[in-house]
Design a protein around this ligand. Structure first.
Ligand code: NAD
Length: 356
């Protein structure tokens, strides 16, 4: 076995149907008395339910979380937290809401209790993102890692299939890249393979019946493991491409991950044979690139960048940007090959299976 470094991150996880009912105990456990509840505008009802559960420990609701954490929203939320003398935040929602909690924690060190309602995985990472003047910058800071995460599978029942499928594929992308990360290690790889297996099996069931609580539990379990992988090891080409496309062309985050992933995997297929063998095993023996494409198709997710607003005449610029300051990647980054990858993703073509 190769030498490796493994750094576990501290987080307390409560998992199970109905676990949200334990929120009050968890706030108390942190020694907090006054929790600011964060949500997006459409998830206001969930935040009100959280406030009811908190009783006197609920300081108020800030319901303006939006995608990519604009700095103006972060500053407004920080002011509200200070005015209400909040001593912790409860973020109920997806990566956008948890990201807002992180923005507050970054400057105040307020502890976060995250209650994820998508499969994005942000709750398990010390990575934050803030968007200022149209530019998203990301960073790592131990203060933004949620202290407690409550995974309650009943909370994804309201997730429309069009959000659930891509959100789960976004989680799979974290696990896939963890398998060929520069700092991959046996422990993270175990979690990554198990994550892909759990998500690939559960997501089609979640999409066809969002109230199937067994399926939602399996998908959340997979998402949790994927989030640990994202927080533990570095990501590669696929995340660099998505960062570039998201930042410069403002494409929807989870859908973009879903579309690009099979093509990133096809690009790296020959250069990372061990990782590919694990992805294939987790997908039940399918070719890793074609298998991920087929999974996305089964989920009814978009398959072509053209369908989510990527202009064809932007592909060359995207290839140029993605090859500047590249992340580590198992296969060398070649501008022409990256352009070809992006063209395939734009057209939504199915990667040919090896030997197929
Ligand atoms: P999101 O948080 O933007 O949510 C998408 C939409 O779904 C929102 O309108 C939200 O209100 C709604 N929604 C969420 N849960 C719902 C539910 N159960 N029922 C009904 N509606 C629900 O989407 P996301 O994909 O979870 O997060 C994407 C963002 O998270 C991106 O900005 C991405 O960069 C970030 N992210 C960060 C990390 C990290 O480690 N920092 C990891 C993954 C994603």
């Amino acid at each position: 076995m190769r030498a490796f470094t493994y750094q576990g991150l501290p987080a307390r996880v409560l998992f199970g149907v109905g676990s949200l009912a334990r929120l009050g105990e968890e706030v108390e456990r942190l020694g907090a008395r006054s929790a600011l509840v964060l949500c997006t505008p459409p998830q206001r009802d969930s935040a009100e339910e959280v406030c009811r559960l908190l009783g006197q420990r609920g300081a108020g609701i800030f319901d303006q979380a939006v995608m990519h954490v604009p700095i103006e929203t972060a500053e407004q939320a920080r002011r509200v937290a200070a005015e209400l003398k909040a001593d912790c935040c409860v973020a109920i929602g997806g990566g956008s809401t948890i990201g807002l909690g992180k923005a507050i924690a970054l400057t105040s060190a307020l502890p976060i209790i995250a209650v994820p309602t998508t499969f994005a995985g942000s709750e398990m990472t010390p990575i934050y993102g803030l968007t200022e003047a149209g530019l998203k910058r990301t960073g790592r800071d131990a203060r933004v890692l949620p202290r407690t995460v409550i995974y309650d599978p009943t909370l994804t029942a309201t997730l429309p299939a069009a959000i659930a499928g891509p959100s789960g594929m976004n989680a799979i992308a974290h696990a896939v890249e963890a398998l060929y990360a520069q700092d991959a290690n046996p422990v993270t790889s175990l979690m990554a393979e198990e994550s892909i297996r759990a998500l690939a099996a559960a997501l089609p069931r979640v999409v066809s019946d969002p109230r199937d609580v067994e399926a939602a539990s399996d998908a959340l379990y997979g998402a949790w493991l994927a989030g640990i992988c994202l927080g533990a090891v570095g990501m590669a080409l696929h995340h660099k491409l998505c960062h570039t496309l998201g930042g410069s062309f403002n494409l929807p985050h989870a859908e973009m991950h879903t579309i690009v992933l099979p093509h990133s995997v096809a690009y790296n297929r020959a250069a990372a044979p061990e990782a590919m063998a694990r992805i294939a095993r987790a997908l039940g023996g399918a070719d890793p690139a074609a298998g991920l494409y087929d999974l996305a198709a089964r989920l009814g997710a978009p398959l072509a960048l053209a369908d989510i607003g990527m202009p064809e005449d932007g592909l060359a610029r995207a290839a140029e940007l993605a090859t500047q300051n590249p992340y580590f990647n198992p296969r060398a980054i070649d501008r022409d090959a990256i352009l070809a990858l992006l063209q395939s993703a734009h057209a939504g073509s199915r990667p040919s299976p090896v030997g197929g």
